[in-house]
Design a protein around this ligand. Structure first.
Ligand code: KMH
Ligand code: ZN
Length: 269
C-alpha cells in the first residue's frame, strides 16, 4: 500500500475558542498548530483563516501571513480552503488561490450544512477549477454528497481539472452524507480508477472512518475543523494529539506514514 498521507485540518470555519479553547485562530497560533501536526506526522495542512475578532475570513493577506509563517517552520503542503464559511461569496472564497499554493480545496456541489446551505453553483465550480488550473494549484475535490463525484468527472471532461484526481470525502456533516461504512465504500467505488482519496469523518465518526481508510489504502484527515474530542466526553488537547493517534494506529497496522515530499509524489504535485 502507498504510505499514509495525514491531513491536519486545524481550524475550520465553524468552531470557536469558546467551544474548543485550544483552537488556533491567529496566524501564529495556526502556524504553530500546523508545525506540531507536522512533527507528529501530518504532510498536508488544510488551512482556514480567521480575522482579528476570530471570525472566518478568506482575505488574501491573512492567508499569505499564515502560509509564510508555516513555510518558515516546515515543508508541509499548505492547502488553503476555498470553501470558507457558508456565508462567504465565491469571489471571497477564491482569494487564497492567488497565493499559488501547491493545493487548494474545490467543493464540487451544493449540500445542506447543519441549519445552513453550502452553496457551490456550477458556474462558480468551473471558475474555481479554471483559476486553479491557470495557477498550477492541485485541487482536492471536496465531496459531501455522492453527486459531487459526477460533477468532478464533468470537470475532467471540460478540461478544467486533470487526472489523477484527489478526493476528500467529508462524511457525517448534519444534513449531508452520513458517515457509515457503506457510505464510504459507495464513494470509494464511484471515483475514477487511479484517483487517490482521503476521508474526513465529522465528530465521533472521525476515528472509525480514519481506521477504515488506513485499512483500505485511503488517506486520513483529522483536526478541530472536523472533530474537537479525543474521545466521548473528553476534549482533545491539541490538533497534534489527534494526528499522534492516527500515526500510532497506522504503525500498528503496518502502514507507513508519508513525509510531505512523499505525499507530493503520491499526489502528483
Ligand atoms: N466550512 C465549510 C462551509 C473547504 O474547506 O473547502 C466548507 C469547507 C470546505 O470547510
Ligand atoms: Zn475546510
Amino acid at each position: 500500500m502507498e504510505k499514509l498521507i495525514i491531513t491536519a485540518a486545524v481550524t475550520g470555519a465553524e468552531i470557536t475558542k469558546e467551544i474548543q479553547p485550544s483552537l488556533p485562530i491567529t496566524p501564529d497560533e495556526i502556524a504553530n498548530a500546523v508545525y506540531e501536526c507536522y512533527l507528529s506526522g501530518a504532510s498536508i495542512a488544510h488551512v482556514h483563516a480567521r480575522d482579528d475578532e476570530g471570525n472566518p475570513t478568506q482575505a488574501y493577506d491573512v492567508y499569505k501571513e499564515i502560509k509564510e509563517k508555516i513555510e518558515e517552520k516546515c515543508n508541509i503542503i499548505v492547502q488553503p480552503s476555498t470553501g470558507g464559511a457558508v456565508w462567504h461569496t465565491p469571489e471571497e472564497r477564491l482569494q487564497p488561490v492567488e497565493l499559488k499554493p501547491e493545493m487548494a480545496t474545490l467543493s464540487c456541489g451544493t449540500c445542506n450544512f447543519g441549519e445552513d446551505i453550502f452553496v457551490n453553483k456550477e458556474e462558480a465550480i468551473n471558475k474555481f477549477a479554471k483559476r486553479m488550473q491557470e495557477l498550477g494549484v492541485k485541487p482536492e475535490i471536496e465531496v459531501f454528497e455522492r453527486g459531487m463525484i459526477e460533477n468532478a468527472k464533468k470537470l475532467v471532461k471540460k478540461g478544467l481539472i486533470e487526472t489523477p484526481l484527489h478526493f476528500d470525502f467529508v462524511l457525517g456533516v448534519p444534513g449531508a452524507c452520513p458517515a457509515t461504512v457503506d457510505d464510504l465504500l459507495f464513494m470509494v467505488n464511484a471515483i475514477p480508477e487511479g484517483s487517490t482519496w482521503t476521508v474526513a469523518g465529522i465528530g465521533r465518526h472521525e476515528l472509525p472512518l480514519a481506521v477504515m481508510a488506513i485499512i483500505m489504502g485511503g488517506h486520513v484527515r483529522v483536526g478541530f475543523e472536523d472533530n474537537i474530542f479525543y474521545k466521548r466526553g473528553e476534549m482533545a488537547k491539541s490538533n497534534a494529539q489527534l494526528v499522534d493517534r492516527i500515526v500510532r494506529i497506522a504503525k500498528e497496522m503496518g502502514r507507513e506514514v508519508a513525509t510531505p515530499n512523499e505525499a507530493r509524489k503520491i499526489l502528483n504535485i
